[in-house]
Ligand binder design. Structure first.
Ligand code: CU
Length: 478
């Protein structure tokens, strides 16, 4: 099995000049295995090549993970595309199981969206798949496996099959000196019994006798940013006075996270790759599973700091990276986050939303677990049913109303579309465009979207365990 060919824990630090001279489609990064132009088995040119295969990832001493990843490293290479410029994609599967490769945050046709539910093209075992794709939207996007994992915690997004995709806008208004791409991920997943609080809540709701076996949750042995646990990768090296643009992706299977950089604040300029109406300064970033945040940090507090989880245990198990100013070294300074906490409405305007053609309620709840202790999730009282997609009219304007009747926070994802947040738990907002929204316990959130993309469209919770246990539904735009 190949050892991961990633340069250990480099952070894809790209200077302004590198960025401007960057090659169009497929320009590699400093991180690992470049994805430059290659010639395919058929002799045709592919702009983006992903090779799915087994690797060993050295996350930390004592934590060498054997997994499946793209192009020999996890995260896979940074893929840079240009808005509106079509690319030829080739995916080679060196493993013995079929794979689905999902372009997350891309309004692409269902056949190349990479999900079984939408009847997309599969990448067969030991075979390859080619197609063309046009990135219509700019900004921070994501590519990842979309297979069901169920009880196999080596598959789907539990594996190393994820990578950052950045689509360069037609015009770049960026004002920064250095660009850093960071992807978080947890490793060594295992099942544990659900914590007492969620068990107690469930028993209270359904009664002791109906509930059955204890619920299971997923825990992790070690966490990472760009494949390295805190202290085991290269630090992010900065200079006093620099403006650093961080592109951050939560590439977890199940974990929503909060990050801070003590001594500094983040100017949030884009969410899920889309510029926000009101860039605002915050002390803490919150990223549900699969969310992306683009934020600028003014480096004006020399020293060594940890950009990492605000939770001591989570950070202690690896979710962090050192930020080291030039000519500074030693132990990182500790300090709580400063400044405003996280709230989507901070970044929105307050324009009233146009009336939708139809409002679609989505009541989120869970039902007692199956015999194996696997919780099951329902939308409007129904576990996933592939044969009953909700029919939408092309060009129609739809409002999804998420009503979370559980204590869990759910990162809800709509495939092949971007929606606009219109109401967060009773507070009106506008102009924040996303493809994942984190709906917290007992919250109600409303999002609007135009059904522009024909065909099957998957909606699901991006927590892999929740999705696998029925928290998904299909829309069909006709
Ligand atoms: Cu969920």
């Amino acid at each position: 099995m190949p050892r991961s060919s990633c340069e250990s824990g480099k952070h894809m630090e790209i200077t302004r000049r590198d960025f401007l001279s960057g090659v169009a489609a497929g320009a590699g990064s400093l991180l690992c295995g470049r994805i430059g132009t290659v010639t395919s088995s058929k002799g045709e040119r592919a702009d983006v090549t992903l090779r799915i295969g087994r690797v060993q990832v050295d996350v930390a001493p004592g934590h060498t993970v054997s997994t499946v990843a793209y192009n020999g490293c996890a995260p896979g290479p940074l893929i840079r595309l240009r808005q509106g410029v079509p690319v030829a994609v080739e995916i080679l599967n060196d493993t013995s199981t079929p794979e689905y490769v999902h372009w997350h945050g891309f309004p692409v046709p269902a056949d190349i969206d990479g999900t079984e539910e939408e009847r997309s093209l599969v990448v067969p075992a030991r075979r390859h798949l080619r197609y063309r794709m046009t990135p219509a939207e700019s900004g921070s996007r994501y590519v990842h496996s979309h297979v069901m994992a169920m009880r196999d915690l080596t598959k789907g997004v539990y594996s190393g099959q994820f990578g950052f995709v950045y689509v360069e806008p037609k015009s770049d208004p960026g004002n920064y000196d250095q660009e850093v791409f960071l992807a978080t991920h947890e490793w060594e997943p295992f099942f544990i019994d659900a914590d007492e609080d969620s068990m107690a809540a469930a028993v209270e709701k359904f009664g002791e006798t109906d509930w059955g076996p204890p619920m299971v949750e997923v825990a992790y042995g070690v966490r990472s940013i760009n494949g390295k646990a805190l202290g085991h990768g290269e630090p992010i090296r900065v200079k006093e006075g620099q403006r650093v643009l961080f592109h951050i992706l939560n590439a977890s299977a199940t974990e929503n996270i909060e990050l801070s950089l003590p001594g500094h604040q983040f100017l949030v300029i884009a969410l899920d790759g889309n510029p926000v109406p009101r860039p605002r300064m915050v002390g803490t970033l919150e990223l549900g599973v699969a969310e992306r945040v683009d934020a600028v940090v003014d480096m004006k507090n020399p020293g060594v700091w940890i950009l990492g989880s605000t939770d001591d245990d989570v950070r202690g198990s690896g979710l962090g990276v050192l930020v080291e100013y030039e000519r500074k070294s030693g132990t990182a300074k500790q300090r709580g986050p400063q400044g405003m906490g996280w709230d989507y409405t901070l970044f929105g305007a307050s324009r009233a939303a146009a009336a939708p053609d139809e409002t679609i309620p989505m009541i989120i709840d869970r039902i007692p677990p199956d015999a194996g202790g696997f919780e099951r999730w329902t939308i409007n009282g129904k576990n996933y049913d592939p044969d009953e997609p909700k029919i939408l009219r092309k060009g129609g304007r739809y409002r999804l109303v998420f009503d979370n009747r559980t204590a869990d926070a759910h990162p809800l994802h709509l495939h092949r579309n971007t929606f606009e947040l219109t109401n967060i738990n009773g507070k009106r907002t506008s102009g924040v465009r996303k493809d994942v929204v984190l709906v917290k316990g007992y919250q109600t959130v409303e999002v609007d979207f135009m059904a522009r993309q024909e065909g099957l469209t998957l909606f699901h919770c991006h927590n892999q365990l929740h999705m696998d246990t029925g928290f998904k539904t299909l829309l069909d735009v006709a």
